[in-house]
Design a protein around this ligand. Sequence first.
Ligand code: URP
Ligand code: ZN
Ligand code: ZN
Length: 452
Amino acid sequence: MSYDLVIKNGTVVTAVSSTEADIGINGEQIAAIGQNLSGKRELDATGKLVTPGAIDVHVHLEMPIGDFTSADDFYTGTRAAAFGGTTTIIDFIETAPEETMLAALAARRAKADPKVLIDYGLHMTIGPRDINKLEQIPAVYAAGCASFKLYMAYGLRLHDGQLWQALTAVREVGGMPVVHAENWDVICALIAENLAAGRVEPHWHPRSRPALLEGEAAGRVIDIADFVGTRLYVFHVSCQETVAQIAAARRRGLPIYGETCPQYLLLDWQLYDRPGVAGALPVCSPPIREKAQQKALWRALAQENLQVVSTDHCPFTLAEKESGLGDYSTIPGGVPSIEIRFPAVYQRGVQSGLLTRNQWVAACCTRPAQLFGLQKKGDIAVGYDADLVIFDEKRPFTISPDSLHEAAGWTLYDGMAFQGWPQTTLSRGEIIVDDGELLAQPGRGRFVRRTF
Ligand code: URP
Ligand code: ZN
Ligand code: ZN
């Protein structure tokens, strides 16, 4: 039998195994995994790893925040993702005040569909104005939005009673609630105190958002989820204090999950002390913490108290970041890493012996699919989408704004030298990036209806 495409002689790495095998692809799906397969077209992966396409369940592309819109749109963001080995993303929907959730879903899809290079899903945000729309959740779930974003911070912040209402509604459909956990009241008080005292520099950003109270907020929403009887996924865990809450809940047998991001795993809060705009660039929330927190987060990944590494990719331009220099609380929050995430976890995790290759694949590919209802993605198995990466462990790559394809024009990882980078990225059997060359057209990506 001859397949449409065969990836030959690679080391096939999944969340549970590493084997020397060929992968046969027919059309968009994996048709066979075995020895001596032949195809109409063949890619030689001798000496390389073959992994599932990576999945980033937390990105904000062309997302309006206050007066700004995040710098990567659905084209540049998914292009950068593809170069970094990511083949599926999950972005967000926010409703306008009088808009139904289904109308907001249609509007977001209309923005994304013509531009996306890779497949994508959408989380539905439930803000305070959406509490009177909770009866729309079953229709949204049926339309393929299987996860629901709840904020404990910013203007979209839900109070505890509203969290209870929203979690109850999501539980009713069997969806996955995801939460931004911080203590907003204390953050507002600390910012006000700092500004009144003339402490306006980015140095004060992490000091206004204490790790202890990120943990407190996470523990509180975990307890509400426990009371409601729902699972819960905690976004962008930045510190040991939040890990401890998730780990304790899991020890109690609760279905509580968490992710962290490259900015928390690779960087530390000294970046906020860089002069001028350089100190503003790393502003994101939760903030980047002390260096000692990195070790705790890697350990949590290795021990599976955190399950996923996503990015929270939400870049703003240098000028936009600079605009908040006189008052750190007005710097638009968010940082880019959509392109570097998969190789960065390999570099700092696998190369340093903190994670096995299988744990790397689990955290970046397989668990994201399992936890977010991506039924045919995140693994290498017959019948799965042929979303695959040929990963060259020996390929050197020095990070710089010029070597990346992100739109922000800056990166917090500038100058870092990686050993190991994706050589080829395939999405549903199509080679979309090969040896640094983009081969795909905008609009080829698809909205993925997710379900549990
Ligand atoms: O600062 C951040 N993280 N911006 C993106 C929005 C969010 O909180 O996830
Ligand atoms: Zn957030
Ligand atoms: Zn986010």
